[in-house]
Design a protein around this ligand. Structure first.
Ligand SMILES: O=C(O)CCC(=O)C(=O)O
Ligand SMILES: [Fe+2]
Length: 202
């Protein structure tokens, strides 16, 4: 693990997770996805997102024609979300030791061509709590701006095992994923990228 970088107030820990830790976390996430299958949500306007999503924890982030929100059940299975695996909790406790316990982990699955437009994470009630974001698999071009849309931005490639802490003054920073570099990692069977964001929701 090297020392952290600052990207417009977002703290980035390159190589925070060893290859063995990444493999163990991936195994935990495959179990989560077997119980709670990832789905491509649609936006409020009915447009399917390019990223497939699932969650674990007491609450999971969902989007449909009714908008964005957190729900206690998977929208298709109707079952509660699986628990947040210890491998994820450990990262939260290491990098956000003063924070409350995470209530949700949003799992984003990027296949080739998937992206995520610039947005703020603002569906959580307590914005004093950070978001901890873990990258696994293919490299991703991560863009961060300020708290107002349309200002200057800065970008960095996130690699498998990197972890970002989005907190403090950057908690409401606009951010997104411009693109994935397909084939840049052999961690995921079939390629692609998984991002997990741990969050306090209530
Ligand atoms: O995939 C990423 O690194 C960012 C994901 C993200 O911003 C989100 O899930 O809100
Ligand atoms: Fe986000």
């Amino acid at each position: 693990m090297s020392s952290p970088l600052d990207l417009r107030g977002v703290t980035i820990w390159p190589g925070f997770l060893s290859r063995a830790e990444q493999e163990a976390m991936l195994a935990d996430l495959l179990t989560v996805m077997a119980i709670a299958p990832p789905i491509r949500p649609v936006t409020r306007w009915g447009r399917p997102m390019s990223v497939a999503m699932t969650s674990c924890g007491r609450l999971g982030w969902v989007s449909d024609r009714r908008g964005y929100r957190y729900e206690p059940h998977h929208p298709e299975t109707g079952r509660p979300w699986p628990a947040i695996p210890d491998s994820l909790q450990a990262v939260w406790h290491a990098l956000a030791p003063a924070a409350r316990e995470p209530e949700s982990a949003l799992v984003n699955l990027y296949r080739e061509g998937a992206r995520m437009g610039l947005h703020q994470d603002r569906d959580e009630a307590d914005l004093t709590q950070p978001v901890v974001s873990i990258s696994l698999g293919d490299a991703a071009l991560f863009r961060v701006g300020g708290t107002a849309r349309g200002g200057p931005t800065a970008s960095i490639w996130l690699h498998s095992g990197d972890v970002c802490v989005i907190g403090g003054a950057a908690r409401l920073a606009f951010h997104g994923i411009d693109r994935i570099r397909a084939g840049s990692s052999d961690l995921l069977p079939g390629g692609g990228r998984i991002n997990v964001t741990l969050r306090v929701v209530t």
